[in-house]
Structure formats: C-alpha cells, structure tokens
Design a protein around this ligand. Structure first.
Ligand code: GLA
Length: 397
C-alpha cells in the first residue's frame, strides 16, 4: 500500500477493515470517503469574499470507524503504520507531536466548540491517496471525513455544508492555518461531473456541469512540496486586509470581492504600498475572471474558459506571487503543446499542481512531452491525473 495512487478502492477498503480489526479489535466497522479537490479558476478569492470554481476529485481520504463506550478518540493511519494518536473528548488540545492527527482532533474540538455534543469516543483508521503537499487538499479531505464520521456514528443533526465549516474551523483555529472555505466546501459538497460555483462571501452556490467538448482536465503534480505555503498564505491574507483598510478610508468595503473593475480602478490609488496594490489587483480581477469563466462555460465557450485560466495563472505568478519556477515551467511548456486549451497553477501555490484543459487527442502527447522536458529541465518527475469530478464526502455501504 506504499504506492498511494495504484491501489483500487476495493483493495484500500479491504486493507482498512483488516488493519482496523487488528488495531482496534473485531466488531462492526463503517467505511467513509471524503475527496480532495482541484480548483478550475478563482484562486485566493475565497478569503477575499469572491468566487471560486472547484470540483471534487476521485483521490481523497478513506476511513474505517466505530464508536466506543468511553470518551477516548483514537486515530491511526495506513500511511503512518503503528502511529496511534489519542485524545479525550472535552479535553482536546493541539500537540505538535501529534502532527497529522491534529486535523481529526481539531474537527472533534470544533464540534464541541460549536455546541454539538459528541456522546461517546470513537476509533478511526484512515488512508489517504492524495500525495501530501500536492495542493489537492489532503488536509481538507481529512477534516471533512472526520466531520462526516462523527455525524454518522452518532446521528448528529449537522447539514452537509456545515461539515465544511467545522473542518475549516479546525484548520483555522486548532491547527492555525488561516485558509478560506473552498477546499472543505468542495470536499463536502462535490457533485459527480460538476464543478461548484461558490460565492465564498455568502456560501450561495450552483453546480455547473463541466462539459468540455472533446477535452479532458489533466492535473500535473510538480512534486514540489508547498512547504512555504502556510506562512506566505497568511502574509497574502494580511496584505489583502491592508488594502481593504486603506480603500475603506474613502469607500467602505468589507472585502475586495465587493469591487468590480471600474470601482477598483477608482480607488486603487489609496493603496500606498505597490506590492499590496498588486495583491489587491489580483484578488479583484481574479474574482471577475471566475464569474466570466463560468459564464463562458455555460455558453459552451471552452476556448474562452481556457484563456481565462491562462490569465489567472499569469496574475498569480506576477501580481500575487504564489507560483514557483517549476510550476511556471510546467505551465509555459503546456501552453506550447497543440491542443492545450488552458493551463494554470491550482490551489494555495508555492509548488503542488497545475490544472490544464487538454483536447482528447493531445492528452498522451501532453503527458509524454511534459514528463520528459520537466525531468530534463527541473530534474523532477511529474505525475499526471485525469480528473473526473466526483461526489462529496459520503459513507461507503
Ligand atoms: C488553499 C486554501 C483555500 C484557498 C486556496 C487558494 O487551498 O485552503 O481556502 O484560499 O488556497 O485559492
């Protein structure tokens, strides 16, 4: 099971049941899945009160779980054999040494914080097949998965979208990463063959069919781990808040997502730091691009959708400064290949993955050419996943 992408779902579930029984004892076992996500367009807009357009993918995190009759919560992982972490309901605290287990612990903590009573402890064994640090939301999928497990084991009255909110709270407050709502929302609310057009300010959303004609969505993993991401991410958030504060001296706003292009042009002179102005420019225009992209897709204009994806990348690279040389190389090379309709970085940035729309007939050339050139130029192995948008978090019967 070391090779995360090659195991089938059946093999994963068999292994989970076997190791769960060995670790936590025989008895009834329930199985769950929560997906990762790929964002098509709308990057770094969620915490700026703007729109995003992600879809759930088939990679994600699986769990085997069972309620206990005491107050202990225990977590184990097939990805970290033998590493069992535990805490006590009512007394869940962040511990550096608990590493990955702080995410599920944080979710149990978030339930209690929100006033949901978890009546008993539980055991949970997980297995994730999203490569860590790839920007496909392995942590959000683990959070949403844990929220689902808690709801289902104890029959709690928690709507599906709230699983996302509880997951985000765990990440923001318990783990200390100030992420927006996109990843958890996509993991909880994903729908087969659709992306989610989400207004992150109101959490209103619509499902949009990802009809791409004769083209596929291809994720390319740069295998550059986004280790810088968390501190730089929090810096970008602060820069955007600074822009909001300065603009508000003349035009009171809560978020940059409230401004259209003309409004932004009229107030941008209020931002004193040119770096902050670039960050704000990205946030405003990326939100506009996202709305335009969804409109283009709705009208069947995949070429325009691809053009907007390209513009999104250029802005993330030049204005928001969240790309890196390896990712820029992958995007530049991708755009040279005939049949590539659009290509951009996806997720928080500083490594991770690109997402591209590639005509069916060019997919093979795309993967072969990028793999070879990337290895020669950057010395790293790129990996490819063809995306079929899938269901949000659910129990496996
Ligand atoms: C990370 C965060 C999301 C979002 C993206 C950037 O994935 O978790 O909330 O801000 O970065 O679009």
């Amino acid at each position: 099971m070391a090779d995360y992408t090659s195991a089938t779902e059946e093999e994963i579930l068999e292994q989970l049941k076997k190791v769960f029984a060995e670790t936590f004892g025989e008895g009834e076992i329930r199985l769950f899945f929560a997906p990762g996500r790929v964002n098509m367009i709308g990057e770094h807009t969620d915490y700026n009160g703007g729109h995003v357009f992600p879809c759930a993918i088939s990679l994600g995190t699986y769990a085997a779980a069972r309620a206990r009759d005491d107050k202990k919560i225990r977590f184990a992982s097939l990805n970290k054999k033998g590493d069992i972490r535990e805490a006590e309901l009512g007394d869940i605290v962040y511990k550096e040494e608990d590493s990955w287990a702080n995410y599920p612990k944080g979710v149990a903590w978030a339930f209690e914080e929100a006033g949901h009573v978890i009546p008993a402890g539980f055991d949970m064994l997980i297995f994730g097949n999203i490569p860590a640090g790839s920007g496909l939301s392995s942590s959000a999928s683990l959070e949403v998965l844990t929220a689902l497990v808690i709801r289902e084991l104890f029959g709690l009255d928690v709507p599906q979208a709230e699983l996302a909110i509880l997951g985000q709270k765990a990440e923001n407050v318990f783990v200390g990463m100030n992420c927006g709502i996109m990843d958890q929302f996509a993991s909880a609310m994903g729908q087969k063959d659709h992306a989610i057009f989400l207004d992150a300010a109101t959490l209103n959303y619509e499902y949009a069919p990802l009809i791409l004609g004769h083209a596929k969505i291809v994720i390319t993993n740069s295998n550059v781990k986004h280790e810088l991401a968390s501190s730089e991410y929090n810096t970008r958030r602060r820069e955007c808040e600074e822009a909001v504060a300065q603009i508000s001296a003349e035009k009171p706003i809560e978020t940059l997502g409230q401004l259209d292009g003309a409004e932004y042009e009229a107030v941008k002179h209020l931002i004193t730091d040119p770096v902050v102005e670039k960050r704000a420019r990205h946030a405003v225009y990326e939100n506009i691009r996202t709305k335009d992209a969804v409109k283009a897709l709705d009208g069947g204009d995949v070429t325009e959708f691809g053009r907007l994806m390209n513009a999104s990348h250029d802005s993330l690279r030049d204005d928001y400064a969240v790309s890196c040389p390896e990712i820029d190389y992958l995007v530049d090379e991708a755009r040279k290949i005939p049949g590539v309709i659009g290509s951009r970085i996806t997720g928080g940035g500083f490594g991770g993955c690109t997402v591209s729309i590639v005509e069916d007939a060019s997919v093979e050339t795309f993967c072969e050419t990028l793999k070879k050139n990337y290895k020669e130029h950057c010395g790293l192995d790129a990996e490819f996943y063809i995306v079929t948008p899938g269901e949000g978090a659910h129990e496996l019967k």
